[in-house]
Design a protein. Sequence first.
Length: 66
Amino acid sequence: MKISDGNDVIVKCQGQVVESKCDFMEKMLDFGCVPVGIRTKEMNIHVKNKNRTPAVFHLKCDSDEL
């Protein structure tokens, strides 16, 4: 914290955040039959936030095919 005409002071802030919880509404994602060599096929999945706390999520996939 900068103080005019005084010494700077270090301020430590702490807080508690309620953990959020997201679940997939569908337990399985079925693409059905996919022909070999197809470039794209899309499906949607629904994510539901189980708590009132805002949730941030991301999907990570290391496979080039998916």
